[in-house]
Structure formats: C-alpha cells, structure tokens
Design a binder for this molecule. Structure first.
Ligand code: NAD
Ligand code: TYD
Length: 357
C-alpha cells in the first residue's frame, strides 16, 4: 500500500453537498491540516453548510471559480497546497438534460483548468512535492446495467448516457491523461448515489422528504423500478480519505454503499419513517405520483467495490435504512438550513421541471 499524508488541502466545491461533508469529516479526523475551500457558490453551493468549519483557524473559504486557471495557480502557491480534492461540478442529471452547456463548461473545461494549474505549480515550478490530485466522479460514467448484470467494476467500459455522465466521463479521461502524460499524481473515485446531511433538495431523497413535510406530491419517474446503489455520504468521505492516504497514483477506485434499492423502495422506506414520526398523516405513500419518465433514464447502477475493500480496507459503515432515518432526523432538525433554499432559483426550477411533467 502507498502511504501519503495530505497536509494542505484545496477542496473544490466544498460548499456543495459532498464537499461540505468531506470538509467536516477531514477536519474532525485531521485537526492539524489546512483546508481551503474554493467554491463558485452556484445555486447548489451554500456557505451555511460550512458554518461549523468557518470558525476554525485551519479553515479558509475562497469564493472563486475552478475555471480561473491563473487564480487557482496563485492559490496553490500562496497556500502551499499539496492536495486537491476536486468535487466542484454541475451534478444534477435532470438539469444536464434541460441545459448541457454548464456541464461541459464546469465539469470538462473547469476540470481541465484545475489540472493545468496543478501541473504548472506542482510539476513545472516544482514548488510542492509530493502532491495529490483526487478527482471525485460517478458510477454514471459506466452507463446502465440490466437487472441481472454484474455490478460496475473499475474495468467496466465507459458508456455514459446523460450529458452529465458524459461530462464526468470526459473529465475522468483528462485526469487519467494528466497522470499518464505528465506524471501528475492523480487518483479517481467513481461512486454511487450519495445521501445524507446538506444534500440539495433537487435530488430524490431530500426532495421527497421536504415535499412530505410541505404536503406536496412525491414525483416518481416512470414506474419507479430504476435501481440505485445508495451510499451514505460519510462512508463516501471515508472512502476518499482511504484513497488519499493509501491509494496508488494513476489508479481508479469504485466506492459503493452495498444498498441497491428501487426508487419505489427508497420512497416507501422514507414514508415508513415519516409514518412513525407523523402518524396522523399516515400512510405517507398516498402522496406518491407517477410522472413522466426522465429521457434516457438509466435502469440500474450498482458498484463492485472489491478493489477498495481489498487494497485499502474499505467497508460501508451504515445500513441504508439506518442512514435514511438519521438523514430524516437531520432534515427535521435543520429546517433553518433548507427552508431558505426553497425560494428563488429552486422554486423556478421545480416549477419548470415538474410543471412540464
Ligand atoms: P453539488 O451540486 O451539491 O455541489 C457542487 C458544488 O460545486 C457547489 O458548491 C457549487 O457551488 C460548486 N461549483 C460548481 N461549479 C463550480 C465552479 N466552476 N467553480 C467552483 N465551484 C463550483 O454536488 P455534490 O452532490 O456534492 O457532488 C460533488 C461531486 O461528487 C461532483 O463532482 C459529482 O459529480 C460527484 N458525485 C456526486 C454524487 C451524488 O450522489 N451527489 C454521486 C457520484 C458522484
Ligand atoms: P437523482 O437523485 O436525481 O440521482 P441520479 O439521477 O444521479 O441517480 O435520482 C435518483 C433516482 O430517482 C433516479 O432514478 C431518478 C429518480 N427520481 C425520481 O423518480 N423523481 C424525482 O423527482 C427525482 C429528482 C429523481
């Protein structure tokens, strides 16, 4: 096993769902590290998700864009960054179908800009060695599985179906090429659907939870039998930590939750928790509404994480239904975090998107 000790981290997209969870996880387990967040604060970025970190002297927030190559180079030099953990992206499949351009700009060109900056400072100026560039990607690059197919492994050929998946696949290839051609010390992780605290309520679980609290319908695309492999965000963060500290440069690792569920199973599990919490409104399943299917909707994703288990000792720590219950409790206690999101841009998106369904 390789060993590496990240000391000064640049976390791109750290005001987003997984990035913010990663910042909290990292600071809790590595209190002596420097953590600099670079985030453009798009609709999905929320500084409130970093409130617990903002007071710490090891932490710093920079409002900026990964596409600003010169600005990122300056930041890498000034902060003497040795490790980039790259989360920044446009991340929602439905938005990529409605408008793919931003996905190409941020996920492809933005990632390339970041790679260029890392190469310039770490390799061409030789200012920082050793270094690590970790790229956070998705299982959606592998395309869709049939019901009985074996899960995706690191050697499954890429076959992205949505503009989102295609943009992430392109960025994975660029990261790989920067390792192969220039010797940049990169690693890539491809993970399944995350859930947990701070997730923006356009994604299935927080969207349905908040709709239940606000007496709105639960929009299920198609027949609800599409399958996702649900990964608690804290398990994902532990997986990334293992890869940063023990992963081999040039390698890719899959991270899964070992929890394949149909969308209907997920929504039924959520409704069962809400029935216990709010028995007067039971059964919450009466709010399910089947709506027009997502174009090109992938049937099934599932992850084979044998490599990460075998090489780095990873195992998902949370059973899905327990993690879901904790997540529900978090959203119930954190209305101050999500309520403000529901106005403005989010309301317009939901109105347009489901209005057209
Ligand atoms: P998110 O949409 O919640 O957050 C993305 C963050 O990136 C936001 O804070 C946003 O402001 C920031 N950002 C966007 N464009 C930027 C730019 N040009 N410069 C700087 N910052 C920018 O996303 P997430 O769900 O936290 O996903 C994080 C990463 O994990 C993404 O790369 C995504 O593709 C990947 N991923 C997510 C999931 C999931 O289930 N959420 C699953 C697999 C992979
Ligand atoms: P999502 O959370 O958007 O993640 P992804 O598309 O990256 O898998 O969706 C998860 C699943 O839930 C996916 O199969 C689409 C479905 N879905 C619905 O049925 N209704 C919804 O309102 C949303 C947002 C998603």
């Amino acid at each position: 096993m390789n060993t590496y000790a990240p000391q000064r981290l640049l976390v791109t997209g750290g005001a987003g769902f997984i990035g913010a969870n990663f910042v909290h996880h990292w600071l809790a387990h590595h209190p002596d590290s420097r953590v600099v967040v670079l985030d453009a604060l798009t609709y999905a970025g929320n500084r409130a998700s970093l409130a617990a970190a903002e007071a710490r002297p090891e932490f710093c927030f920079i409002h900026g864009d990964i596409s600003d190559t010169a600005g990122v180079e300056r930041l890498l030099r000034e902060e003497n960054i040795d490790t980039i953990v790259h989360f920044a992206a446009e991340s929602h499949v439905d938005r990529s179908i409605a408008g793919p351009d931003a996905f190409i700009e941020t996920n492809v060109l933005g990632t390339h800009s970041l790679l260029k900056a890392a190469r310039a400072v770490w390799l061409q100026e030789g200012a920082v060695r050793p270094h690590r560039f970790h790229h956070v990607s998705t299982d959606e690059v592998y395309g869709s599985l049939g019901r009985d197919d074996p899960p995706f492994s690191e050697t499954t050929p890429y076959a992205p179906n949505s503009p989102y998946a295609a943009s992430k696949a392109a960025s994975d290839h660029l990261v790989r090429a920067y390792h192969h051609t220039y010797g940049l010390a990169t690693t890539i992780s491809n993970c399944s659907n995350n859930y947990g605290p701070y997730q923006f309520p356009e994604k299935l679980i927080p969207l349905c939870l908040i709709n239940l609290l606000d007496d709105k319908p639960l929009p299920i695309y198609g027949d609800g039998l599409n399958v996702r492999d649900w990964l608690h965000v804290e398990d994902h963060c532990r997986g990334i930590e293992l890869i940063l500290e023990g992963g081999q440069p040039g390698q890719t690792y899959n991270i899964g939750g070992g929890a394949e569920r149909t969308n209907l199973e997920v929504v039924h599990a959520l409704c069962a928790i809400m029935d216990e919490r709010y028995p007067a409104n039971a059964p919450h399943t009466q709010r399910i509404e089947f709506v027009r299917d997502r174009p090109g909707h992938d049937l099934r994703y599932a992850i084979d994480e044998t490599k990460l288990r075998r090489e780095l000792g990873y195992a998902p720590g949370r059973h899905f239904e327990d993690g879901l219950r904790e997540t529900v409790e978090w959203y119930l206690a954190q209305e101050d975090w999500w309520r403000p999101i529901l106005s403005g841009e989010y309301r317009d998106w939901v109105g347009q998107h489901y209005g057209a369904a």
